[in-house]
Design a binder for this molecule. Structure first.
Ligand code: ATP
Length: 244
């Protein structure tokens, strides 16, 4: 259903429509639609714009991508349905690996997401490339590729439940997430959390990676340090102050 461009909730409703189409196309799971609803609720509380604490996190994430030996961006159904094209654009800007990792085991859905990414000119790792196991994650997500997530030193794992980030950290990887809920386990566990809608954050991450290309490694090291706890407190404060 087309959303009127003058509708006050145009961006939010268009995103919802995009996700519904991706669900109908076999990219997004039914549970993914519900997870999106949780995100929407927090976006509403945030005022549906990118705050300064998110911009700071985006810069730190970009610096870590630039410094990493083997950075990996994890794509699940919702990420593919919302921002596949932006993830490919980001992977062109930095030597960033993309890995498809799904909660529900489905060869068809994995293949549809790989084809979506390839359609935008990207490539994606899947456990089919050569598999290893990530301990501590239930479901098919524990199957990861050797050449993608299995070799990562910095992982961006957005829109996940808490198990994934926790397991990646336990495996010794530095982690970042994008999550509208500052109270989620992923947000709390990650080294860097961008509390923002992934649809707004991705183009900004790409711009930040491009902008940081001119920086020296010492400058990048400085920008890569991040006080995640402080950022989450700011996100929480901004939500509660808005509705006082
Ligand atoms: P945890 O186990 O970490 O507490 P959870 O059980 O809430 O997380 P899910 O229900 O799988 O995890 O949802 C994934 C997360 O993604 C939620 O925290 C939700 O707020 C967030 N989210 C959903 N849509 C978006 C979006 N478009 N942009 C950013 N974050 C989103």
């Amino acid at each position: 259903m087309p959303v009127r461009t003058d509708h006050p909730r145009h961006a939010s409703l268009s995103t919802r429509e995009r996700l519904i189409r991706a669900h109908e196309g076999g990219i997004v799971s039914t549970a993914g639609l519900i997870a999106h609803g949780r995100g929407e609720a927090f976006d509403y509380l945030l005022g549906e714009y990118t705050h300064d604490f998110a911009i700071d996190a985006i810069e730190a994430m970009a610096a870590n991508i630039a410094l990493a030996r083997h950075p990996v961006f994890v794509v699940n159904g919702n990420v593919a349905g919302l921002v596949a094209e932006d993830v490919v654009a980001l992977s062109r800007e930095a030597p960033l690996h993309i890995e498809v990792n799904l909660f529900t085991p489905s060869v068809m859905r994995t293949q549809s997401i790989v084809e979506l990414i390839e359609g935008f000119g990207g490539t994606a790792h899947t456990p089919g490339d050569g598999m290893t196991t990530l301990p501590g994650v239930s479901s098919s997500r524990s199957s990861i590729s050797v050449s993608g997530l299995g070799s990562a030193d910095f992982v961006v794992a957005p829109l996940q439940d808490g198990d994934m980030v926790h397991a990646l950290k336990k495996a010794g990887m530095k982690t970042a997430t994008i999550d509208l809920n500052p109270l989620s386990r992923s947000a709390q566990d990650a080294d860097i959390t961008v509390v923002d809608n992934i649809t707004r954050a991705l183009p900004l991450i790409r711009d930040a990676v491009r902008f940081l290309k001119e920086r020296t490694n010492e400058e990048l090291e400085e920008i890569s340090r991040f006080d995640n706890e402080g950022a989450l407190q700011e996100a929480h404060r901004s939500m509660t102050e808005r509705y006082r």
